[in-house]
Design a protein around this ligand. Sequence first.
Ligand code: TK8
Length: 394
Amino acid sequence: MRKLMGRTGPVPRHLALLAALGLIVAACGEGDFADENGDADDTIQDDADVDDDVDDTEEEAAEEVDVEDAPVSDPPEIDCDPIEEELEEHTINFGIGLATNSPQGLSVQFFGDYLEECTDGQLTVELFPDSQIGDDLEMMDGLQTGTLEMTFPSTSPIVDTVPGLGVFDLPFLMPDAETADEVLDSEVGDRLLDEFEGTGLKALNWAENGFRQVTNNVGPIESPEDLEGLNLRVMENEIHVDMWETLGASPTAMAFGEVFSALEQGVIDGQENPWVTNVTSNFWEVADYGSETRHVYTPFIMMIAEDFYNDLPQEFQDVIDEASEEAKHYQRTVSREMDEWAREEFDALGPEVNVLDDDQLQEFVDATEEVYDTWAPEIGEDVVDDVLEIVEGS
Ligand code: TK8
């Protein structure tokens, strides 16, 4: 038996460019990814309609949570000899699912500052936060079709491209952030990133989404019985669907950008994301309860369009590599610094919060054991074994 160790704020008024870009991305994104990869259709709901998103966001007019009180380190010093040689200038459009003030958003801003400073302003980044121009799969599609240069998806919706990433979707796998680092920065971590080669997507680095917690409008989650019949939004990933069904919930796979309004309209009872997302994407506004279950640790992967990257001069490629390496460390640091603060903030903002103790969590661990046996062959036994070896040795 395994033992347990251990939508969003005021989005800036849409620029014409942004809306246009979003429409192009959405149009190109529709269905393509799922079709190319076979069986994704059944888990993917209707693609977000960008026009609707704009209206929804204005109606929501949620207040942005002030993260200035969060115990967050300043970005590291940028230490480089700026490239003085004049090369072709580029603006890198960088779309993300989360908010500008999330660890993801903060690290992309730092990444942009790094590029700007070290290329003497020749490479700049334009950030499109809050799934404004599409969800993880649509933005990846944008990279593949040349309408977007960079994005930062969770691993879970992209297991059709690299099945080994599904290892991170196994319930209660990761004991803590240090072990996550060991896995991400290991040989198997490198292997998984290398598997993107030739897909049109270049995986630059691992960052972290973090440990996921359940929020809902029915009651506190303390044991699997509390999940009975709960209509929980999950990521577009069949391992997650299976895990929640195994626990007795009624999961609905849905793209991230639709979650806030689905909760607001009562289409779903709950969702699960790290505390920092539950705060910065305003899920506290549409939840009565938050339960610290830490059921899955999800990484993020910083990605750049392969063709765009390959066509850049070596000097620019080197700066992008360095900047993404620095941004990765900063992102992980901030994510961890904000996690506990965000739980307290979520609590202070209204919902009732409960933290499950090890005995309570063990019930969930025992109940989901079979998920490993079901999915290890799909994920790849070698990947699962390599990751378990690191986890068990930690
Ligand atoms: C944002 C997503 C999000 C993920 C989800 O683009 O879908 O719930 O946790 O962070 O990647």
